[in-house]
Design a binder for this molecule. Structure first.
Ligand SMILES: Cc1cc2nc3c(=O)[nH]c(=O)nc-3n(C[C@H](O)[C@H](O)[C@H](O)COP(=O)(O)O)c2cc1C
Length: 645
């Protein structure tokens, strides 16, 4: 493999202690929930990691695996608690190494950041400071328990080495147990494990020393820590620099600089799309200035050119790309071969990955339906390629066309507008969702590369389909907002939210939005950000419940910050030239507005499908037209269906 000229630093070999890496790209630890109930490694996990190693990354740090039963963080988390886990771990290490990557694994203890439902006991911590997200108060660890836990970290590291891994990482970041000891916010102890800086770092230092004793001098040990807790009263960069120096003095070979705890407002640890790319790099850079061991940067570095720049400018020695490798395990290879346009982007939507873990499900990816089913989803070339016609150029249609073309089918795609992208073009209009836009160039590039014949501005009729004589028809015609039957809805002051987002509708200064679902809330955000006075009226108690909790919280708070108003449990009964009349608690009220924006009532555009389904042997309905929902449903249903044709 040849490195693209402009990414030469990224693809330069480097060392962490005695471990030589083929490049400076690291897959950071990311929980998958692919393990069995007792925490053993499964074949599913092996295939998932093998795929990432095969893609060309230098170092794979396998997900945080718990070292003690009280430290378990999720229902199907990997375990390092007993020697019985070693054979499975060995297979995993070998699978990664066989692809030329080095294999490490992270030692994890959740401390207070876990529900008692998972561990079957009250969570433990440095002190009894509750976690707001988990909403439980932990129990301070006794001195005996601290010693038992230090030994558990040491034993876990020994197992990692025996299993044949190349390195081990200590999880001292993200508000988990070690972070709880390090932070003055969560460590209120008055014994030797608390109080002074020395007291608060003692737990980490003793863990490092115990691990060293168990694994010997030459086995690489990485310490993952927070460059900032992003929480008032927590660890700051200045304190983090001292912690990093302390960890280095205790014997670690590299520092992996992340940030954030569960209670951080923006979820920095798994930064959502509204945080800027590479926003934590200054933390790594600050720490790099005060230590001599290599420093790894992480956090929304979803672009290889940015990764190269970070290395080039000496801000860090290695770069982690996490969700980007869930989205596209082949990212390193594609980058190395100069095939940047082929990289499936991570849009930091968190829907398929961290949000799944939050609900104790296994990880997937909105854009990559193959995650966790790598073997089953391997593209099988079709021996008898068919003529495939795709109607609709939204994400569902594009994914269907992409997969069908990859399998060797002859694919044409018809889109009635002049642009590919469908709903994504509108969904990416609110400023905080700009990342979503990168989906479209990726698909365009792939469809062109795979020889899909794309017809824009052509609305396809039933007769045209007969004329084209396809063997397979995929209907991906999406859904549309419609005007509900409310008196006055046909007034000149009424517009559809989709037309507002598309920039096609004139909107006055004072706006009422009918419907507080995702479209309504996001349109409200978009207009309120422009300085308009916006009120959203929603019939239910909560708005936009289909959004993931972190995003719902963020958008609601920003909307309120822009001066937006929410009226919930209210029913709009009439629209007049003055605004919208709604009923709430038996009262009729008028919410004055220059413009009334409609964001409720959708129809699935299925008529073409209904007309064709009994006339063609292979007609498929995918995307919103099949099941109104999220980008993930559209892409996954298309990816699954196109593999079967
Ligand atoms: C699904 C998921 C699981 C994660 N699990 C862990 C973990 O077990 N240990 C850890 O230190 N970080 C974990 N992280 C954080 C990642 O290692 C990484 O720091 C974060 O995703 C930001 O990097 P990125 O923007 O490149 O994805 C997880 C992130 C995700 C998305």
């Amino acid at each position: 493999m040849k490195s693209g000229d402009n990414l030469s630093k990224l693809f330069e070999p480097c060392n962490i202690g005695s471990m030589e890496l083929r490049n400076r790209l690291v897959m950071p630890p990311m929980g998958t929930n692919f393990s069995s109930e007792d925490g053993s490694v499964t074949q599913r996990a092996i295939e998932y990691y093998r795929e990432r190693a095969r893609g060309g990354v230098g170092l794979v740090i396998v997900e945080g695996a718990y070292v003690h039963p009280l430290g378990k963080g999720s229902n199907l988390q990997m375990s390092l608690t007993g020697d019985d886990k070693i054979p499975g771990l060995s297979k995993l290490a070998k699978a990664i190494q066989a692809e030329g990557a080095k294999a490490a694994i992270q030692l994890f203890h959740a401390g207070r950041q876990v529900s008692s439902m998972i561990i079957g006991a009250q969570p433990v911590s440095a002190s009894d400071v509750p976690c707001m997200l988990v909403r439980e108060t932990p129990r301070p660890m006794t001195l005996e328990e601290i010693e038992e836990t230090i030994e558990a970290f040491g034993e876990a590291a020994r197992r990692v080495k025996v299993a044949g891994f190349d390195a081990v990482e200590i999880h001292a970041a993200h508000g988990y147990l070690i972070n709880q000891f390090l932070s003055p916010l969560t460590n209120l102890r008055r014994d030797k494990y608390g109080g002074s800086f020395e007291g608060r770092t003692r737990f980490l230092v003793e863990i490092i020393e115990r691990i060293r004793r168990k694994v010997g001098k030459n086995f690489p040990v990485i310490c993952r820590m927070n460059g900032s807790d992003f929480f008032e009263g927590g660890i700051t960069l200045e304190e983090a620099k001292r912690i990093a120096q302390t960890a280095e003095a205790a014997g670690v070979d590299a520092i992996h600089v992340s940030g954030g705890i569960y209670d951080s407002e923006n979820g920095e640890a798994t930064a959502p799309m509204w945080l800027p790319r590479g926003f934590m790099v200054p933390l790594a850079q600050g720490i790099k200035k005060v230590v001599n061991v290599p420093v790894i940067a992480v956090g929304r570095i979803n672009d290889v050119k940015l990764a190269e720049k970070i290395l080039e400018e000496g801000q860090a020695d290695l770069v982690s790309m996490g969700r980007a490798l869930i989205a596209d395990p082949e990212l390193p290879r594609k980058a190395m071969e100069g095939r940047l346009g082929e990289i499936r982007p991570c849009i930091a939507c968190n829907e398929g990955c961290i949000n799944m873990l939050l609900f104790l499900k296994s990880v997937t990816c909105v854009l990559n339906a193959a995650v966790g089913r790598e073997e089953e989803f391997r593209i099988q070339p079709e021996k008898k390629p068919k003529k495939v016609l795709v109607v609709g150029g939204g994400v569902g249609g594009m994914e269907f066309a992409r997969v069908a073309a990859l399998r060797g089918h002859r694919v044409s795609l018809y889109e009635k507008t002049m642009e590919l992208g469908g709903q994504v073009l509108l969904a990416s209009v609110p400023s905080y969702k700009y990342e979503l836009r990168s989906i479209v160039p990726y698909f365009k590039h792939e469809l062109e590369r795979l020889g899909v014949s794309i017809h824009l501005g052509e609305e396809i009729s039933e007769s045209k389909i007969y004329e084209l004589e396809p063997e397979v028809v995929c209907i991906a015609t999406g859904s549309s907002l419609v005007l509900p039957s409310i008196p006055g809805i046909d007034g000149g002051n009424v517009v559809l939210a989709t037309d507002v987002l598309a920039g096609k509708a004139q909107v006055g200064e004072k706006v009422v939005i009918l419907g507080g679902g995702e479209i309504g809330l996001e349109t409200g955000y978009h207009l309120a950000e422009q300085g308009k006075k916006v009120t959203i009226i929603e019939q239910m108690k909560r708005v936009a419940t289909e959004m993931i909790p972190a995003f719902n919280y963020y958008v609601r708070h920003k909307f309120a910050g822009f001066g937006g108003k929410l009226i919930t449990q209210a029913k709009v009964v009439e629209v007049t030239s003055e605004g919208a009349i709604y009923e709430k608690e038996g009262q009729r009220n008028l919410e004055k507005a220059d413009t009334v924006v409609v964001a409720l009532g959708t129809v699935q555009n299925r008529s073409l499908y209904e007309n064709l389904k009994d006339k063609f042997p292979e007609v498929y309905l995918v995307g919103d037209a099949a099941e109104r929902g999220k980008i993930m449903n559209a892409i996954h249903s298309a990816a699954e269906t196109a593999r079967k044709i």
